[in-house]
Design a protein around this ligand. Sequence first.
Ligand code: FES
Length: 363
Amino acid sequence: MFHPLRVSAVEQLTDDAVAITFAIPAELRETFRHTPGQHVALRRVVGGVEIRRTYSICTPAAGAADDPVVRVGVRLVEGGEFSTYALKELGAGDTVEVMEPMGRFAFEPRPGRFAAIVGGSGITPVLSIAATLLAREPEARFCLIRSDRTAASTMFLDEVADLKDRWPDRFQLVTALSREEQQSGLPSGRLDRKRLTGLLPALLPVEDVDGWFLCGPFGLVQGAEGALRELGVARSRIHQEIFHVDGGTSATGTPTTATPADAASAAAAAPAHSTLTATLDGRSGNWPVREGDSLLETVLRSRSDAPYACKGGVCGTCRAFLVSGEVRMDRNYALEPDETEAGYVLACQSHPLTPEVELDFDR
Ligand code: FES
């Protein structure tokens, strides 16, 4: 559900990125308490057309006695309607519709050794994860390996430097710039799978890391996962979030390996007519699925309250339980294997493979 929140600050982070902080009224404090790594969806309606985008929260999670602070990082995406508005028009005092925090790239701090490999704006949720972990777990360690184009394009430089100052023994920072040489840190160049496979064992004891957080563009996350798997890291220790999938939106989630559908066989397997039954907020309805429409689009025709943000298979907001029938998903960057095995699907990516399909958005 969206809530109108007043913007309390818009701060320039780089030439093409800002941080937006929202004022949380007392009655919404519990609603906007987040787990480190989560995101919020923002909504704007222009000329009757609704735009939704998800942005990760960069602030540490609030303790039980503290007020939550919701601050998100927004980088300008070429042609991106929301990011252009956020960078060029939005100011303190404006109101934005904000959905409560969600997303499964979420991490409850626990003792141990953790590491992250991030690219570009992928630092945003990881900043919240690292800051919360280091503050709450006195023995925990965190290694951040970040990749950016240049120092000037690097988001949250001050916030990351602050972590280094506060916990010099428990926070390790490694920076790689792809287009610029730096005095300290790694030589310039992209962090791809081959480079990471050679580099990671020299930076930290890979086998002792309890959890890895990979966040950024698809290529970086995929390369980092490949390197970790090659180094013997179990899939269950790797948490991923992809930004900017093609066609894309800036979004978050906890993606798994992409599973693009075979269009020809999918079309052959699709029934001529299908009916969708869906339950949402305790109310059910059923509707015919128009050819080519996703199950989310089918529900949205009658229920504008159906949950979604990216419509691109990355944020996981449209997750629903498949009660009966079969579907195919065009792609899935948001659900973990155990979620799909348990019967969850992304409604925005699902198309019926049986004449009757039933979804439950409430489970
Ligand atoms: S709306 Fe984002 S995954 Fe479906």
